[in-house]
Unconditional design. Structure first.
Length: 117
């Protein structure tokens, strides 16, 4: 999960995902029902992705992996920024993406969640 194609393909495979560049050409934002759950810095080498995270898990991931830092320009309690340099196993990256999506979906209204089915 180090290339744009790998990350992008995995992120957009979820129900209801939209994408855009509201912060400029270097920051691809992924949303579900209008709520951001991932931000991919496409103008960096290596790529980095910011993901929503449960606060307890966020700190654990930062303590475990040097490539995981507090969210860059985001709420540092609820967001992590992951440098996609290959040092974090692909299954952990996928789990972080899945958790971010799930956290945002959990906060949607019942009608919004139902629209994703």
């Amino acid at each position: 999960m180090q290339t744009y194609d790998d990350v992008h393909g995995y992120v957009v495979a979820r129900a209801g995902v939209s994408e855009g560049f509201p912060f400029g050409p270097g920051a691809l934002v992924y949303k579900v029902v209008g709520k951001m759950f991932a931000l991919l810095a496409v103008d960096q080498t290596p790529l980095s992705i910011s993901l929503k995270c449960d606060p307890a898990d966020a700190q654990f991931l930062r303590d475990t992996y040097a490539a995981v830092k507090a969210g860059y320009h985001l709420n540092k309690r609820h967001w992590n920024t992951l440098l996609l340099d290959g040092s974090v196993p692909d299954d952990v990256v996928r789990t972080m993406i899945d958790d971010s999506y799930r956290l945002v979906v959990k906060g949607l209204t019942r009608a919004e969640r139902t629209s994703l089915d």
